[in-house]
Design a binder for this molecule. Structure first.
Ligand code: SAM
Ligand code: SF4
Length: 325
């Protein structure tokens, strides 16, 4: 599917829950209200939406949340989504806490790749950011994933005066392991608004000073807008996803489904297309038609660019944990 600005939209991020087993300060701090389970799409409904999405030209799908692995049967869902005709890739983003224990099921389901979100390698700093002392489990998961042969990436968000000095340790994961490490700039969505984004350009310059032979890596690394660099001796590359200091909307290829069944054309704006109502209409056939129509409408409705640089123009007031990042 092409949108009105000529961009090919072939990627959907599907949030399957607004629950999480961590409490990252910038995403889901303690005390956040949860939506009732009746409002959350069932797995059957998610499968119907993804089938309709594939019919309209979506080829790649990322399962997200909340923390997707806290919802029972996530691997089974992934197995079902992998069977959808036309769906070429099903991947997952997780905080990694439950990844090792669910890995055999995820592998058997055919999971294509996994992103692990990890903002610190220091146990105390990790606990301060996520509210939980789970770093050892995440590190075990990283090793287990790499052993399993599933492609893995690590995503890190740096917070000013919290973990901003940890860029070197985090980047070092790509030296120690065959995985890419990507720095994601904090976006002013939900609780992220309370934090100042550490500029990826600053981190890139620091890395360049530390590793003068660092060079742009033009190889294809995934579905996202990251710019990659290679460092001699590193097994993986370093990527930068610079939503704030390097606008990449010209190559935006995605739509986002919230756990409640609302389809979002852009992270920045509150506008959504209600797929849950289309799903829950009386007549199933009419529902299937409506679903495809709404997905096409959402793609057609994609704005040209986000407005993160003008915070007062952001109309999205959902939290990131409700959207899926
Ligand atoms: N729980 C899973 C995880 O942590 O990967 C999936 C959901 S989480 C919302 C997805 C990603 O969004 C995480 O990498 C997280 O760091 C990122 N994120 C959350 N809030 C953000 C914000 N305001 N700006 C940038 N990234 C954010
Ligand atoms: Fe949970 Fe992921 Fe948000 Fe952290 S970033 S609170 S792990 S959903």
């Amino acid at each position: 599917m092409r949108d009105q600005y000529g961009r090919t939209v072939d990627y959907i991020r599907v949030s399957i829950t607004d629950r999480c087993n961590l409490r990252c300060r910038y995403c889901m701090p303690e005390g956040i209200e949860l939506v009732s389970m009746e409002e959350i799409l069932t797995y059957e409904e998610i499968e119907r939406i993804c089938t309709a999405a594939a019919k309209t030209g979506i080829r790649k799908l990322k399962i997200t949340g909340g923390e997707p692995l806290v919802r029972l049967g996530c691997a089974e869902l992934i197995g079902r989504l992998k069977q959808i005709p036309g769906m070429e890739q099903v991947t997952l983003t997780t905080n990694g806490v439950l990844l090792k224990e669910q890995l055999p099921d995820l592998k058997a389901a055919g999971l294509d790749a996994v992103n692990i979100s990890l903002d610190s390698l220091d146990r105390e700093s990790y606990r301060k950011i996520t509210g939980r002392d789970q770093l050892p489990l995440v590190l075990e998961s990283i090793e287990a994933v790499l052993e399993s042969g599933i492609v893995a990436k690590v995503n890190s968000v740096l917070l000013k005066s919290v973990n901003e000095k940890e860029w070197e340790d985090l980047a070092g994961l790509a030296e120690r392991y065959p995985l890419d490490v990507r720095f994601i700039e904090m976006m002013p969505i939900g609780y992220g608004r309370q934090f100042e984004a550490v500029s990826n350009e600053e981190i890139r310059k620091k890395l360049e000073l530390r590793y003068p032979e660092m060079a742009a890596d033009e190889r294809e690394h995934g579905n996202g807008p990251a710019q990659y660099y290679q460092i001699p001796g590193f097994q993986g590359s370093i990527g930068f996803i610079s939503a704030i200091h390097g606008k990449f909307c010209g190559s935006c290829n995605r739509i986002r489904l919230t756990a409640q069944g609302l389809l979002k054309p852009c992270l920045c704006y509150g506008e959504t297309y209600d797929l849950r109502s289309a799903l829950r209409t009386e007549k199933k056939e009419e529902g299937e038609y409506l679903l495809q129509k709404q997905i096409q409408n959402a793609v057609a409705g994609k704005p040209e660019a986000h407005c993160f640089e003008a915070v007062q123009e952001i109309t999205e007031d959902r939290k990131m944990v409700q959207i899926g990042g």
